[in-house]
Design a protein around this ligand. Structure first.
Ligand SMILES: *[C@@H]1O[C@H](CO)[C@@H](O)[C@H](O)[C@H]1NC(C)=O
Ligand SMILES: *[C@@H]1O[C@H](CO)[C@@H](O)[C@H](O)[C@H]1NC(C)=O
Ligand SMILES: *[C@@H]1O[C@H](CO)[C@@H](O)[C@H](O)[C@H]1NC(C)=O
Ligand SMILES: *[C@@H]1O[C@H](CO)[C@@H](O)[C@H](O)[C@H]1NC(C)=O
Length: 448
């Protein structure tokens, strides 16, 4: 029965006769959209339906009158907005946008699309004191780049050469440069931290930092051999939260002389070898596509010939809502019953709210055929007036998922779609297949 429906639906799309259909959004911009102020802002929204849907927008929750703004163009036949921000204060267009696609049979709504301008603020002017250190001690050079949108990529150079990183010298995730112990070769007048802002393709640099070894010690053997201790993270334990599906990055940087080696273990469990990699001379443990089982205590051990040190990172896995099954479009004949389900999971458990044609279900025009039970909407004995687009929004503190699904109640007379007087060439003693594609609601029975 189900396959027959699919067959009929595909017939409709090739058959021009105007079978009514509520709108379906076919394309929309991502939920988070960072624009480059040198280019137009293009916010996508496209939908199909019968009749063709018309489009409108809200910005920050109120109607956005596109016609009144000469900088904004809505592409014909779609809801896509093109905003020409040349010579404008582009930040005036920042905000939360939502598109609605409407026809006589219902209203579909897009995600909330948050539009922000990329930023690459200047590094605040500062003078860095020259640093003088004893040979063999540990050292941290701070980068502290300005907060950009999106965040910049950090790298350190000296005199236009990439700074070599190794077991002893590390660049941490926060961009700071760590020395497990300082050697004479670390004497340089121009340690420069650079920040590359990906959207604007601009690079900014911090004032150079000069590092000198205490002169009275320069030609002596390093002193103060010592056991390992952690520079990053500090203390005996720390914690880290990661979202399901994302990549977990754990870092452990230790000081000591000789330079400690780092190793990793998971207390009471195995490291997931197939999704795991070690980077930065084993100082970083990366686990991709995190799942609930990756939660737990990760132990990094720093070892040199004088001893060992341990640090435990407590990893907690949370989850933005994810689909178990999204609601699907329903095509019903009068007096039939249909069910829409919005099954999601997440940590914490997502809350589900339903909308009808973009209006919260509790405020929507009453429909006696409808009953809401949490993640399920039951429509019984539907009539043609029950056609509508339903939205479910499942959200927790880490995000939301929204789906549109239409209920299309059709009373359509049976029609045979296959043209008459077809001539088939058949081979004797072989099966012959005669087609009869049909359309109708309820599903027609076919007789020959
Ligand atoms: C929309 O709200 C954001 C955040 O409150 C604000 O920065 C922005 O200026 C608002 N946009 C418009 C067009 O009012
Ligand atoms: C869904 O609900 C969440 C939580 O209330 C909200 O932040 C989000 O904007 C909603 N999404 C849409 C598309 O309305
Ligand atoms: C250099 O080392 C000597 C001996 O350890 C110490 O007395 C002196 O203060 C140090 N100088 C600097 C500039 O740190
Ligand atoms: C729907 O049900 C009602 C009452 O049971 C009946 O009168 C009506 O003919 C039915 N309509 C269709 C299209 O089957």
């Amino acid at each position: 029965m189900f396959t027959l429906w699919c067959l009929c639906l595909s017939c409709v799309s090739i058959h021009p006769s105007a079978v009514p259909q509520p709108p379906t959004i076919t394309l929309q911009s991502p939920k988070d959209y960072i624009f480059d102020p040198r280019e137009n802002i293009v916010i996508h929204c496209e939908a199909k339906g019968k009749p063709n849907p018309s489009f409108s927008w809200t910005r920050n929750g109120t109607h956005f009158d596109v016609e009144k703004d000469s900088k904004v163009l809505m592409r014909p036949g779609s809801g896509t907005l093109v905003i020409d921000i040349s010579g404008e204060r582009a930040d005036a267009y920042e905000g939360t946008y939502q598109c609605t696609a409407h026809n006589d049979h219902g209203t579909a709504v897009s995600n909330n699309i948050i539009i922000r301008q990329s930023r690459s603020p200047l590094w605040s002017k500062e003078r860095n004191e020259a640093i003088t250190v004893q040979m063999g001690v540990s050292l941290v050079l701070q980068c502290r780049p300005p907060a950009g949108l999106p965040p910049p990529v950090i790298f350190w150079m000296d005199n236009s050469k990439m700074l070599p990183l190794d077991q002893r010298v590390s660049q941490a995730l926060n961009g700071d440069l760590y020395f497990s112990n300082v050697l004479p070769e670390d004497t340089r007048s121009d340690y420069i931290c650079y920040a590359r802002f990906p959207h604007t393709q601009t690079i900014q640099q911090k004032q150079p930092i000069s590092v000198t070894l205490n002169a009275s010690q320069r030609n002596h053997k390093p002193e103060g051999e010592r056991r390992p201790g952690f520079m990053m993270p500090l203390g005996a334990t720390s914690s880290k939260m990661v979202l399901r599906g994302e990549t977990l990055e754990l870092e452990c940087i230790a000081e000591g002389l000789p330079t400690p080696a780092i190793s990793w273990k998971k207390d009471g469990g195995e490291l997931p070898n197939s999704r795991m990699s070690l980077r930065d001379f084993k100082k970083m443990l990366k686990i991709s596509d995190v799942n609930e089982a990756d939660a737990g205590d990760y132990r990094c051990t720093a070892t040199n010939n004088l001893g060992t040190a341990h640090h435990i990172i407590k990893v907690v896995v949370k989850a933005a809502p994810f689909w178990v099954s999204a609601p699907r479009n329903l095509i019903l004949a009068p007096n039939e019953t249909g069910i829409l389900t919005c099954r999601v999971n997440g940590e914490p458990k997502p809350k589900i709210s339903w909308f009808v044609n973009g209006i919260p279900i509790e405020n929507a025009p009453e429909d006696h055929s409808r009953k809401v039970e949490g993640d399920t909407v039951i429509l019984s004995n539907v009539q043609t007036g029950s056609s509508a687009v339903y939205q479910c929004n499942a959200s927790n503190e880490f995000g939301y998922l929204m789906a549109n699904a239409f209920v299309n109640v059709l009373a359509e007379e049976p029609r045979v779609l296959t043209p008459s007087n077809q001539v088939y060439q058949v081979i004797t003693n072989n099966p012959a297949l005669l087609h009869c594609a049909s359309f109708g609601s309820p599903i027609p029975t076919i007789t020959w």
